[in-house]
Write a protein that binds this ligand. Structure first.
Ligand SMILES: C[S@@+](CC[C@H](N)C(=O)[O-])C[C@H]1O[C@@H](n2cnc3c(N)ncnc32)[C@H](O)[C@@H]1O
Length: 267
């Protein structure tokens, strides 16, 4: 769980952020950066995600999207999430992940769906989940996941924190579809995932594909290079079983390329 959020004046923050975005849109990056930094002073938890915007100009190096920003963003979009992502943007990663995992699962598994959102993956994996847990930072997304009635338990938590503190029966399958784009440095995730899995346990996760290492995209997400993902998983004790190129979704008609990775914790 994240620390309690200090109080701030939401109206004043909103105005400051709007002014920063207007300066950015006008091409006045110096003013935008100054105003974004003022947002951070007012709201160090960064509900507006200004660190991700500053990163686009090389002015900040967040190693993950601020949790307060992720929760705010997805709480705002929860009601339209399925319609926009699946129907309009052609998002199909849960089904692709399910197909990739299929040949490697022969009995119902204990699974955790990290960044479960509205439960699209929970629903897709329901036929092979003996016990399914959903975890997400956004409470409204979790409420919608609850309505799908495919999870035995749902937790409001940050994914890496959740894995690191998990002290019950280890998982046999970790699913993280379209969640790594909100995490830059994947090393903490990989280490925590290995710890929370049984030996031989599986991890399936998707990326937006980047050039080298990890980087912040123009759309305020993280992109990961395939070689970086494979090296990071190997360093944490995973064997990469397969990695396949996918189209994550379409943005303004343009396909967003990514990779879908299936890895097994070494015994
Ligand atoms: C693009 S949605 C994908 C949802 C779902 N996995 C799917 O495939 O439909 C990303 C979800 O991950 C959650 N998320 C992002 N970063 C997270 C983190 N560090 N810990 C927990 N949840 C996170 C967001 O709140 C959001 O619900």
């Amino acid at each position: 769980m994240s620390e309690p959020t200090p109080l701030f004046d939401a109206d004043a923050l909103g105005e400051l952020y709007a002014n920063a975005r207007a300066a950015e849109d006008a091409g006045d990056i110096e003013t935008a950066a100054r105003l974004f930094r003022e947002c951070l002073v007012m709201d160090p938890d960064d509900h507006c995600g200004v660190a991700m915007r500053l990163a686009a100009y090389g002015l900040a190096t967040p190693d993950r999207a601020p949790p307060a920003y992720v929760a705010t963003l997805f709480d705002q979009h929860a009601e339209v999430f399925d319609d926009v992502l699946v129907s309009r943007l052609g998002y199909d990663v849960p089904a692709l992940a399910r197909a990739l995992v299929g040949p490697f699962v022969s009995h119902p598994v204990r699974m955790v769906d990290l960044g479960c959102g509205t439960g699209l993956s929970g629903e897709t994996f329901a036929d092979i989940a003996g016990h399914a847990i959903g975890v997400d930072l956004a409470e409204t997304m979790l409420a919608m996941a609850d309505e799908r009635d495919v999870y035995q338990d749902l937790y409001i938590a940050e994914a890496v924190d959740f894995l690191e503190t998990w002290d019950e029966a280890p998982f046999e399958l970790i699913v993280a579809t379209d969640v790594w784009p909100y995490l830059g440095d994947l090393a903490p995730f990989a280490a925590a995932a290995a710890k929370a899995l049984t030996p031989g346990g599986l991890l399936v996760a998707s990326t937006e594909r980047g050039e080298a290492g990890w980087s912040v995209t123009k759309t305020q997400r993280f992109a990961h290079a395939g070689a970086y993902v494979e090296a990071t998983l190997a360093a944490a004790g995973f064997e990469v079983l397969t990695s396949e190129a996918i189209i994550v979704r379409h943005e303004e008609g343009v396909p967003v390329p990514g990779d879908l990775v299936l890895a097994r914790r070494k015994g």
